[in-house]
Ligand binder design. Structure first.
Ligand code: ADP
Length: 484
């Protein structure tokens, strides 16, 4: 099957979050299943710099309408590249050439031409899917992802093409909402400006475009598929999603078992795996990480956190419980992330207050993310909502038990350490029910207490590490969907 996979980020070339990981792993899993897939992205400047020009072939040119003028685009194909699958780039230097981050400038402000850039990209994807560049490759299915590629299915429908479209919602809270003036400027079809179309409370939403025009919608966990049809998690789109529920499916993300593998991970001080004797290697990682920051390892639990420092991730809940945990237990805490400046400041202040017990690194580091997963005993994910979440699965694979809020993909991937689940050896973490600091604190305390019971802790660690979170079964579900 010929599949064109359209996305705005992909590991390891350009990644801001989970979408980058999924855009790497799912296409690779589909190619492994024997399918002819091409990945397509805008040619961001810093991504082009990383790619080897010797592997680049210009396979066509397109003239694509934008806001008031036509953009000349070169279509580049890299058959060999870091993503592992054939990569097509839409090269329009005026729109993408200066972008280091796909969405925001270095002051963290949205690029002012985001609406035009991603509309032009989506138009280009539809044209390339239909082989308007005449390169001999035409898609049967186009799979697009999140608001940046939300218009793709609309353009395919508008042109009356016999190409099927799948749209995946990775996070409903980013809507790609723009004004009527921008809508008109982009010369989008007037007929789309309706309640059933892409109009959204006086603006238009590129995410809604993906929802209404795609032949099928997926989201990244079965629980999140249910939640987004309710007012609590629907961001105003619950009505349209409930109405279109017949074409909505939740398919759990997997993780890449080669990149996140404690047995081979090149970032670790010592590699280890689920066998009891080898698990000692995990301890070495903890010692190495703590020593690296000038701290001692005294057999206390190490608690980790990695992620965007935003409300969605429950960072405020973490901030609110740190003093209690520091005062009432001997745990140490290591946090890595960046985001809202007030959380960054608060966490840095706290780390100054507990210099022997708490490490805070503001920034983005793939290497440190791997080291924290390996070194920690407990991992915090108190997200308010979480479409799927990847870090809890990385944690489980690294023998680090996650403490999570029962929401979305967290609810679908973590089995709580209840007495029954401990007894039948299915527990793989700790789950609390309410978005509430006390509930979170109590559950984290339970984890810290249980850490002392090595028999149960080792059992849970083994169960978590041996769990299959690979892409294989999810990729098969996507294929079934494409084929249907
Ligand atoms: P989201 O996509 O909502 O940010 P996910 O848990 O689905 O959350 O995926 C986040 C991905 O980004 C994970 O691979 C995580 O390790 C990574 N990540 C997030 N923040 C950082 C950071 N500061 N440094 C390194 N990796 C990070």
């Amino acid at each position: 099957m010929k599949i064109l996979f359209a996305t705005s980020e992909v590991f390891p070339l350009i990644k801001t979050g989970g979408l980058g990981d999924v855009s790497y792993s799912l296409p690779n899993a589909l190619v492994e299943l024997g399918h002819d897939l091409r990945l397509i992205l805008p040619a961001y400047g810093n991504m082009l710099k990383k790619l080897n020009k010797d592997n680049c072939k210009e396979i066509g040119q397109l003239m694509i309408p934008g806001a008031g003028h036509i953009h000349k685009a070169r279509v580049l194909l890299f058959t060999e590249n870091e993503t592992g699958v054939p990569l097509v780039l839409l090269d329009i230097p005026g729109l993408y050439g200066h972008r280091e981050n796909p969405y925001v400038d270095n002051k963290k402000q949205d690029w002012p031409d985001n609406a035009e850039s991603f509309t032009v990209f989506s138009r280009g994807v539809a044209m390339i899917a239909n082989d308007e560049i005449d390169c001999g490759w035409r898609a049967e299915v186009v799979h697009s992802n999140d608001w940046q590629t939300g218009l793709v299915s609309g353009f395919i429908k508008q042109a009356g093409l016999d190409i099927k479209t799948v749209f995946t919602i990775h996070n409903l809270s980013y809507g790609g909402n723009f004004s009527h003036e921008i809508f008109t400027g982009l010369d989008l079809p007037q007929a789309w400006w309706t309640l059933d179309g892409i109009e959204f409370y006086g603006n238009f939403s590129m995410l809604k475009a993906g929802i209404v025009f795609a032949d099928h919608i997926t989201t990244v966990s079965p629980s999140y598929a249910e939640e987004i049809c309710t007012a609590e998690a629907g961001y105003g789109l619950e009505g349209v999603l409930s109405h279109l529920k017949h074409k909505l499916t939740g398919i759990l993300n997997g993780i890449d078992p080669d990149i996140w593998n404690p047995r081979t991970d090149p970032y670790l001080a010592t590699n280890y795996d689920a066998r009891y004797r080898r698990l000692k290697g995990k301890m070495d990682n903890k010692t190495a990480l703590l020593h690296g920051f000038g701290l001692t390892h005294d057999n206390e639990p190490l608690i980790g956190f990695i992620g965007r420092l935003v409300e969605q991730k429950g960072v405020d809940l973490v901030v609110s419980i740190i003093p209690d945990i520091m005062e009432s237990t001997n745990s140490k805490l290591i946090m890595l992330g960046s985001g809202q400046p007030e959380y960054e400041r608060e966490l840095l202040d706290m780390a100054k207050h507990y210099p022997d017990r708490m490490i805070v690194t503001i920034g983005y580091s793939e290497a440190m993310a791997h080291r924290i997963e390996a070194a920690s005993d407990i991992f915090l994910m108190p997200s308010r909502f979480e479409p799927c979440g990847l870090n809890q699965m990385y944690s489980q694979r690294y023998g680090t038990l996650p403490v999570v809020h029962r929401t979305g993909g967290l609810a679908d991937t973590v089995v709580d350490a209840s007495e029954t689940n401990i007894n039948n050896k299915t527990a793989t973490g700790f789950v609390f029910d309410k978005t509430d600091r006390n509930d979170f604190l109590q559950t984290l305390r339970h984890a810290i207490d249980l850490y002392e019971n090595k028999k149960i802790w080792n059992q849970m660690t083994m169960t978590a590490m041996q769990k299959d979170s690979s892409w294989q079964s999810s990729a098969e579900k996507y294929l079934e969907l494409y084929q249907s």
